[in-house]
Write a new protein. Sequence first.
Lengths: 152, 438
Amino acid sequence: MNQFLRLLPSLLAGVLFGVGFFTFHFAEGLSYFSNDPNACANCHIMREYLDSWQKSSHHTRAVCNDCHMPQHLASKLWTKADNGWNHSVKFTLQTFSDPIRIRSANAGRLRANCIRCHEELTSDIRVAPAHARPAELDCVHCHAGAGHGSRR
Amino acid sequence: MKSNRWTYIGLSAAVAVATFLVTMLLMNIGQRKQEARQSYLELARLTEDTVDPAEWGKNFPREFDGYKRTVDIQRTKYGGSEAFSKLDRDPRLRRIFAGYAFELDYREERGHAYSLKDQDETERLKQRPQTGACLQCHASIIPAYRKLGGGDVMKGFALVCPMPFAEARKLVSHPVACIDCHDPKTMAIRVTRPGFLNGIKAYKKSQGIDNYDPNTMATRQEMRSFVCGQCHVEYYLAKDTKLVAYPWAKGLKIDDIEAYYDETKFSDWKHVETGADVLKAQHPEFETWSQGIHARSGVACADCHMPYVRQGAVKISDHHVRSPLLNIERACLTCHPFPASEMKLRVETIQDRNAKLLARAEDALVALYEEVKAARAAGVGSEKLTEALALQRKAQFRTDFVNAENSMGFHAPQEAARILGEAIDYARQGQLAVRRAR
């Protein structure tokens, strides 16, 4: 009996690790470290965004991470962790507003990626006039279909 | 030693709780994955005779849950689903409908769940006998048509329409239900109402398309408006056959509809105050929507009135059909990237403007009635008033077309304004015609 009691924490920890690893595996946790666009649709909400990306002009050139993630490894991992935490909490507890909207921090990351590829082409128009919007012009305000196809 | 024991117990408990939570998460993920397969369990066998929505609900509980919510009563600024009296809100309407059943009882429509009950209870029906024609849209009636017609829905339709209402009422038991818009085998949306099938066929013929059958020739997106257009339309009861008919043989615009009525010499009743042969517009939502920017952009009725809604990992059409103003996030924000408050303001701005113009049109109509009455009192005969009464018919139909339409101008703001502008002009022209006749 004493022997069993002494082993109990290890047993419990073993169960936790077992269930934990299985859950991680079942939820395809490793896929989130990849660049595979399908990983984003693991969380079912993203299905229509994956679908509409396939209908967009950019789908042959850029995957989700090319536009939505910073390209530096450390900030990329941090962004994934930050969004991953938010998405999984909100989806699991079903506490998000529908339709979903990009947060301003993520919108900034998105714009940085537009500019990363189209820097030279847009250098003239990105010089915002003094009386214009506070931030730089938002690319997807006009180019809404660039990444996610038509709304229909 | 004692603190060691507490650490030991606390740690074990913490690990157990953590395991408990991780298992909950695991189950949750499993459930969502299951939902995402969008499979359904066929608990009830559905056939062309399954009218009861509860049977369909056994297989499709999410959609049925939304359908049941159409009992909700909630008012918007100009509409919604509360049966307030439009006659009390706007007493001019009592004079506009003088001599017609709508002068007795005219209310805002409630949800689909009440479509049969409200028809049973309206004073229009109690005090002025109606026919079985009403039930084409107020009940889930297709199986009854089929049975009565010996397998032929069109034949049954022709038999039920002329029946006295009370007799036809015995043939049906449910308000608008699943089977009216869905194929029980495939769940594909479809149109069933004979009046609509005849009407859309005549409309497409005017565009050079013969034998149009929406169930085989329409796109899915078109069907997502046609199912609503089965009933939310301008219709009339044909004088000879008593059938519900849609006046679309020349087109869907008010001018086309009016030309059709003029050509067939149709009028709904003789206006009691003036003696004009006038038309009653019903609820031309489908026609008005077809002239607006949303239709032009390919947005269907269902996109705003039954927007997609997420339940866990499942995405379904919200079967709680209602005013988009009661569901702005899903109805508008999917396409319009603005806050809900902004969208509400935009809609109400359009509606406020329309309401003001509509009030002017009604005032102009009433002024015309006064002018005609005064002329008659002064001994001016009907033969001299022909022109004025013809102008009243035009003004009256236009005013009513916008008033009876259930969006307070929103479905096609500019078109509604054009119609009301013409209505005001025709009514004032009518006054001038009376003065010339005196």
